[in-house]
Design a protein around this ligand. Structure first.
Ligand code: SF4
Ligand code: SF4
Length: 361
């Protein structure tokens, strides 16, 4: 109970001494050639990623985590991925461990998830798989024929694993771009009915994608799909996470609405918690407040792998002040989500939404 209540302090307007929501790009290596990729400039460059031992050192200063997301590139291209997850589990006990994978290697994914689900028994897990459209459209956007089939095999395998490990949630991420917007509603319904995941996320192409045209998206289409998603949640068609599903559904509804408003040019009403509650670590140990910020808060290799030291450095303070003074705004849901969740101003809306959802699981 004390551990649960300890999260309440993040609703207070205080500076966090370290991130509780950590996004770790474990590698920049990737087999994908996605047209909308915002990380394309770093993909498959020679890299000297943090070793297993170096990650262990960083975990020593990372403290208790609410959410850890391991991403890339393709995280499964690291042979020590299961070991990395076990280290984070031992040292930081994340409440939820998210893995963002392309699903291109179902056998490897099964091995890693089987292993970590057996050993990290007190954490929840969410595996996010991307689907961008029906098979031909998906493969065309991802640049590899047969990608859809591989990702679908991964989803089926995970559904099998979930029977034994109900604390595993399966999430399908659909990234809306110029290339699939005409098929967005069809893609959403196909994912809902054919994959039957626990959750579906609609991501709006962000940052500086490989093909800039990817961001030319009709906001009206986004709005229609978001309405459809909301109606499905209300009618219980989307089960949600295996934990706190109602409140997290409510939060997702508010985040999607906020993202759309910002995409349409509206203001960001909540204070962005990037660099405060949320942090990003890149493969070689550079620490950033978010994926879109251009300047690092520090480098783990130059700071004795001490994340807390970087988080409390002068540089980090300057970046936080800049984010605040410029009222920095974007529609990146990974950051809107904790920013909204821990904003006391949104608490009444969050409670209202939660109550209005009734029993969805
Ligand atoms: S979007 Fe993901 S899978 Fe595609 S190239 Fe970028 S990192 Fe790889
Ligand atoms: S608003 Fe967006 S770009 Fe600005 S700090 Fe937050 S996450 Fe980064």
């Amino acid at each position: 109970m004390a551990a649960q209540l300890s999260w309440l302090k993040y609703f207070l307007p205080m500076k966090s001494v370290r991130p509780i929501y950590l996004i770790f790009f474990v590698t920049s290596q990737c087999m994908g050639k996605c047209r909308h990729c915002f990380y394309w400039n770093s993909i498959n460059r020679p890299e000297n990623a943090l070793s297993t031992d170096e990650v262990e050192k960083l975990c020593d200063s990372a403290g208790r985590l609410l959410q850890l997301i391991l991403t890339g590139g393709e995280p499964l291209l690291r042979d020590d991925l299961a070991e990395l997850i076990k280290i984070f589990y031992r040292k930081n006990r994340p409440f939820n461990i998210g893995l963002a994978t392309s699903g291109y290697q179902p056998e490897k994914l099964e091995k890693v998830m089987g292993e970590v689900l057996e050993s990290a028994r007190d954490s929840n897990f969410t595996v996010g798989l991307p689907i961008e459209g029906p098979p031909e459209i998906n493969d065309e956007i991802r640049g590899i024929k047969g990608f859809f089939d591989k990702t679908e095999s991964s989803a089926k395998m995970l559904k099998g694993l979930k029977k034994k490990h109900p604390r595993l949630s399966i999430l399908i991420d659909i990234t809306a771009s110029h290339y699939n917007q005409e098929h967005l509603a069809e893609t959403y319904m196909m994912v809902r009915d054919r994959f039957q995941p626990d959750l579906i996320n609609l991501i709006i192409t962000r940052g500086e994608p490989k093909e800039p045209e990817a961001k030319k998206i009709d906001a009206h289409i986004l709005g229609q799909v978001i309405d459809l998603m909301e109606s499905d949640v209300r009618s219980g068609k989307i089960p949600g996470y295996g934990f706190n599903s109602r409140v997290l559904h409510a939060k997702d509804i508010l985040v999607r609405r906020a993202a759309l408003k910002i995409f349409r040019g509206g203001p960001q009403r909540m204070k962005c918690r990037a660099g405060d509650l949320v942090g990003v670590i890149y493969p070689e140990g550079a620490v950033y407040p978010c994926e879109l910020w251009k300047e690092p808060m520090g480098e783990l290799r130059k700071s004795g792998y001490d994340l807390k030291k970087i988080w409390n450095s002068e540089k980090a303070g300057q970046i936080r002040a800049q984010i605040k003074s410029t009222n920095c705004s974007c529609y990146h849901q990974c950051f809107l989500s904790p920013s909204l969740f821990f904003d006391p101003v949104y608490l009444p809306a969050l409670l209202n939404q939660t109550l209005s959802l009734g029993r969805v699981r």
